[in-house]
Unconditional design. Sequence first.
Length: 161
Amino acid sequence: MFFPFNAGEVFKIALRLEENGGRFYETAAAKPFSAEVRELFRHLAQAEKSHQAFLAGLLAQVPPTGSTVWDPDNELDQYLKLMADQHVFSRGQAELDRLIAGLTDLSQAVSLAMSFEKDTIVFFLELMNAADNPESREQMKKLVDEERGHLRRLARFLAGQ
């Protein structure tokens, strides 16, 4: 028997994570780092806005009754929510502001950004695995690949410092 999975709520969580990531990158871009670093963070902020639009489009396609998956104990829904709660930027605006205010150097900012990207990749991979049709899985795979690209770019940048 198949049970409803609250895909709409999960996409809303994903949107919130991307919004918080975008705010982090915008704030980091305003810090007194080099022009190259500020441009890196501006680029990542724009990418997060693009991801928000992508996720909003997916959310609009979710039927009001949700998706159906084999999840008799509602574990998938609970698991994805738990993962989102553990995400670097999921703890609310006050926590995000505290993290940003605590940034004292470039290495710290890039390391925090890398944590954000890694957490996002894991969350989106789980979301991709929960997708109930091949088209949704393929769309999520593209988003995961973009996040991986962000992580590689940040890692290369950090290695070059």
